[in-house]
Design a protein. Structure first.
Length: 385
């Protein structure tokens, strides 16, 4: 599915169907899921936050059928933005949920948004969506516009702690559920992904293989990481080591490669490891599937694919055939971003109705191996495709 990325405007995805909207589609396919919510920070993002590449721009208010397709408004011209800002407050006769998306140029976020949209449709409640573009100005614009739209509560991926109070104030302290990022004083619940547990599950599978097949006698444990600026990735990789050590001690050559979350950087750095370490087995843990693809590429180029055993994170579509068909790929962990909406939307409806909501909500996690990848993801390609 090609997603229409947008600049600015505002519409509502209602439970009765989509609003009429002209869209301008930007060229190119959506970005790969990569490290989920983790990568390197754009210019206006605090360095202690896990952040993607360059920001997508100003806030975009997006619409689409709540069944899953996303459409976007026009070209974000100044008159269009000014008109949206000058519009009168919306008077609603039924509750609506506002949604501040992190950055719709990120495939992982697109999947979250699609799930939120589908869950809102299933609940029969209108959803007003806003893409902040992972910028502070975008977040502020989203808060102002959702307040004007008269939403009753907000689901938010607003990532900037220093804006929490201002956003809550702009939204008149409407009940807010955060996804991954704490939303400050108006937050009634936080939906979290236990990244340490995600890493531990995969690390334990890698350690079990090392113990059962090699009696823990391995050449090296190589951790492909994103670096200290990424606490999400850091928690995953700490979990990897914890899980591995449930079965084996870490070997003497315990190697960490930073800035290795991308295919190219992982390939380059892991090639150096292969040049230094002869023989097998080498256990490789990746903060992302892109990192694992880079390591696999480096090993294949040196005719050493049978020397490495690998484990990545998120079970992205690009890796599922490999999980199913390559016995050197040990395990991944799925976080099911498309299911986040099934939890946060009912919780938001409950909060709007005045019910008590658990302060912490958790994402589902599941180990993905050759034995269950086709059950979890039936569209996984056949091994001979």
């Amino acid at each position: 599915m090609t997603i229409g990325l947008v600049a600015a405007a505002c519409v509502t995805a209602t439970s009765d169907g989509p609003a009429e909207l002209q869209t301008t589609e930007l060229p190119g396919e959506p970005a790969a899921a990569g490290n989920g919510l983790a990568a390197s920070p754009p210019a206006d993002v605090a360095t202690d936050l896990p952040t993607p590449g360059e920001p997508a721009g100003e806030a975009g208010f997006v619409a689409g059928e709540a069944s899953g397709d996303m459409a976007g408004p026009g070209d974000g011209s100044a008159p269009e933005v000014a008109a949206a800002q000058a519009a009168e407050p919306v008077v609603r006769t039924a509750p609506a949920i506002g949604y501040i998306s992190l950055d719709e140029s990120q495939a992982f976020v697109q999947t979250i948004s699609g799930g939120v949209r589908e869950a809102a449709a299933a609940a029969g409640i209108d959803l007003v969506e806003c893409d902040s573009g992972w910028t502070r100005s975008g977040v502020r614009a989203c808060a102002d516009e959702l307040a004007r739209e008269g939403v009753s509560g907000v689901i938010s991926m607003q990532p900037f702690p220093d804006l929490n109070e201002a956003v809550c104030e702009a939204l008149d302290d409407r009940p807010t559920i955060g996804i991954v990022y704490d939303q400050g004083p108006c937050q009634v619940s936080l939906f979290e992904i236990d990244q340490a547990e995600s890493g531990r599950l995969a690390g334990s599978a890698l350690g079990a293989l090392a113990a059962g097949r090699f009696e823990c006698k391995v050449k090296a444990f190589v951790s492909l990481e994103s670096g200290a600026q990424d606490p999400i990735g850091g928690a995953r990789m700490d979990g990897y080591r914890e899980g591995y050590q449930e079965h084996c001690e870490l070997p003497r050559q315990d190697i960490t490669l930073n800035d290795a979350q991308h295919l190219v950087t992982a390939r380059t750095q892991f090639a150096g490891v292969l040049d230094d370490i002869k023989g097998k087995p080498i256990m490789v843990a990746g903060v992302s599937e892109d990192a694992i693809l880079g390591a696999m590429s480096a090993a294949a180029k040196r005719d050493r694919s049978n020397h490495v055993w690998l484990s990545g994170q998120l079970a992205d579509p690009v890796i599922r055939q490999t999980i199913a068909c390559d016995n050197h790929y040990v395990a991944s962990v799925a976080q099911f971003p498309g299911r986040f909406g099934d939890t946060v939307v009912p919780a938001m409806v409950a909060a709007i109705e005045g019910a008590e909501v658990p302060p912490r909500l958790l994402a589902e996690l599941e180990l993905v191996t050759a034995q269950n990848v086709r059950q979890l993801f039936p569209d996984t390609p056949a091994c001979d495709d």
